[in-house]
Design a protein. Structure first.
Length: 102
């Protein structure tokens, strides 16, 4: 069986992982503690999700992001590195689709 996850960041959500199957045993959105990954990777994914929340102007969310271009590029680099690590740790039997719009 192949497990399929979608990878993207969402306002107000503490994980960037969403199973394709809403009835997944990993939760919807995905509960990072249920995945067979290292604690370091869990912490990085949770930290990125928390950091992403600061990209939104919570006083008026439709406004442009308060992030500078440098901060956006730094976030993209870490998010891409975390995705590569996640794919490596999950290994065969897992597909993680990058659906981030960063």
């Amino acid at each position: 069986m192949v497990h399929c996850l979608r990878y993207f960041f969402e306002a107000g959500v503490d994980t960037p992982l969403w199973p394709e199957d809403m009835a997944s045993p990993y939760g919807y959105p995905c509960d990072l503690s249920r995945l067979p990954i290292s604690e370091e990777t869990r912490a990085e994914l949770a930290g990125l999700s928390e950091w992403y929340q600061s990209s939104i102007d919570w006083d008026y969310p439709p406004d442009p992001s308060p992030w500078s271009d440098d901060e956006l590029q730094a976030f993209k680099r870490r998010a891409n590195a975390a995705l590569e690590t996640l794919r490596r740790e999950l290994g065969a039997g897992w597909v993680v689709r990058d659906e981030s719009l960063l």
